[in-house]
Structures are given as structure tokens and as C-alpha cells.
Design a protein around this ligand. Structure first.
Ligand code: SF4
Length: 81
């Protein structure tokens, strides 16, 4: 599973941080940080989700009020949102 985080869309309410510890707070920027991710294009951060974190990652994606977090399965099909 792959996660994509759109930092530009993020409004910094930090619900995702409570769901998966790969998301951290950047209080100064008012944005979440996706740890261990790669910036594939400007403000779009991507990483693999370890199998034991898939549940938490799904909750993080579902809880985001502005759909800044997307999840894809290994075939590239979008699961959330
Ligand atoms: S839940 Fe969404 S809007 Fe809130 S901090 Fe996380 S990515 Fe940003």
C-alpha cells in the first residue's frame, strides 16, 4: 500500500497525527509532516505503508477533513478517499 500526502491542501488540524504516528506536527508551518516520505512533486509526499500500519494509515486518510491523504493498493488503485 502507498500513501500520498498533499501538503498544499493540508489545513493543519492534525487529526491524522492522532491516527498514525508517521504523521507529525509542524506547528510553525501549520501543516502535517509525513515522515520517511519522498517529495515526488512540489508538496506531494509519498511513501510505502508497512503492512502492520495499514489500519492506522486508513484511519488517517479517512479522518482528514480536506482529503489531503490518499491511499493506493499495490495495483495502483485508489482506496481512499
Ligand atoms: S488531517 Fe489532513 S488537514 Fe489535518 S493535518 Fe492531517 S493532512 Fe493536514
Amino acid at each position: 500500500m502507498r500513501i500520498e500526502y498533499d501538503r498544499d491542501t493540508c489545513i493543519g488540524m492534525f487529526q491524522c497525527v492522532a491516527e498514525w504516528d508517521a504523521f507529525e506536527r509542524d506547528e510553525d508551518a501549520g501543516k502535517a509532516v509525513l515522515t520517511d516520505s519522498e517529495e515526488r512533486e512540489a508538496d506531494l509526499f509519498v511513501r510505502e505503508v508497512p503492512e502492520d500500519a495499514e489500519f492506522d494509515a486508513k484511519f488517517a486518510a479517512r479522518t482528514c477533513p480536506v482529503d489531503a491523504i490518499a491511499l493506493y493498493d499495490d495495483d495502483g488503485e485508489q482506496l481512499i478517499p
